[in-house]
Design a protein around this ligand. Structure first.
Ligand SMILES: *Cc1c(COP(=O)(O)O)cnc(C)c1O
Length: 235
C-alpha cells in the first residue's frame, strides 16, 4: 500500500513536469485513478493518500466496490469510463458523479431522465473516436458537435467536455496528433458557445503527450496500481 502512495506521487510529478514543459499550470490537470480489476483495499489506499476521483469501467464491479467501501470514503467521486448500455442507465445515474462515455443521444436522454432531483446534475463527457477503426466506442469527430448540442440541452446532465481513448501506441508523434485532434474539436465546440472545461485524455503510457495537448483530466491505472491481471479467457 506504500507503493500506491509512492506511485501517486510519481504520477503527480509526471503531470507536473509535462504541464510545465508545455507552459501550462499543473493545477489545471486533474488525476483520475482507474481502479478496474483492483480490490476495494486499493481504492482505500489511494483515498488515504488524498486521491478523491476514481474511474471504473464495469458498472457491476463499481457497484460492488462502492458497497464494500460504504461510509468509509466521504467525498469520493466516481467516474464511469467504460461503455454504457442503455439498460444500465438508471443505476448509473444514481451511482456515479460523472459518465465519460456518452456517444448516443438515447443514452444521454435516459441518464437525464433517471438522475434524481435532490443531487447535482450528472457530469458527462462525450467520448470521441479519434482513431477510426482502432476503437469501436465513441462518436465520430464529425458527429460530435451535433451530439454535444443535444446533450447540453438535457436538464439533469451537465456537459463538461470530451473524452478520448486513441489507439495505444508508443509513437509520440502519433499520440500528439490524436490528442491534438481532440483538442481542436474541444476548442471548436467552445467557440460555438458550449462552456466546456474538461478534456479527458491520457493514460499511463501517454499522459505526457495528452498534457502537452491540453488534457485537463488524465485517467491512470497501471502507473498507480501496477499491471492488471490479464483478461479472463472465455469460459
Ligand atoms: C483502463 C483504462 C485507463 C487506464 O489505463 P492505464 O494504461 O492502466 O493507465 C484509462 N482509461 C480507460 C477508458 C481505461 O479503460
Amino acid at each position: 500500500m506504500a507503493a500506491i502512495n509512492d506511485n501517486l506521487q510519481a504520477v503527480a510529478a509526471r503531470i507536473r513536469d509535462a504541464a510545465r514543459a508545455a507552459g501550462r499550470d499543473p493545477s489545471m490537470v486533474r488525476l483520475l485513478a482507474v481502479t478496474k480489476t483492483q480490490p476495494p483495499s486499493a481504492v482505500e489506499a489511494a483515498y488515504a493518500a488524498g486521491q478523491r476521483s476514481f474511474g471504473e469501467n464495469y458498472v457491476q464491479e463499481a457497484l460492488d466496490k462502492q458497497a464494500a467501501l460504504a461510509g468509509r470514503t466521504p467525498g469520493i467521486e466516481w467516474h464511469l469510463i467504460g461503455p454504457l448500455q442503455s439498460n444500465k442507465t438508471r443505476v448509473v445515474a444514481q451511482a456515479f458523479d460523472w459518465v465519460e462515455t456518452i456517444d448516443r443521444q438515447k443514452v444521454a436522454q435516459r441518464l437525464s431522465d433517471a438522475r434524481a432531483l435532490d443531487v447535482p446534475p450528472l457530469n458527462v463527457l462525450i467520448q470521441v473516436n479519434v482513431s477510426g477503426e482502432a476503437t469501436k466506442s465513441g462518436v465520430s469527430p464529425a458527429g460530435a458537435a451535433a451530439l454535444a448540442r443535444e446533450v447540453a440541452r438535457l436538464p439533469r446532465l451537465r456537459l463538461r467536455g470530451l473524452m478520448a481513448i486513441p489507439e495505444p501506441t508508443t509513437d509520440r508523434k502519433l499520440q500528439l496528433e490524436r490528442f491534438h485532434a481532440v483538442r481542436e474539436l474541444f476548442d471548436r465546440l467552445n467557440a460555438e458557445g458550449l462552456a466546456l472545461d474538461t478534456l479527458s485524455m491520457g493514460m499511463s503510457q501517454d499522459l505526457e503527450s495528452a498534457v502537452a495537448e491540453g488534457s485537463t483530466l488524465v485517467r491512470i491505472g497501471t502507473a498507480i496500481f501496477g499491471e492488471r491481471p490479464k483478461a479472463k479467457a472465455a469460459a
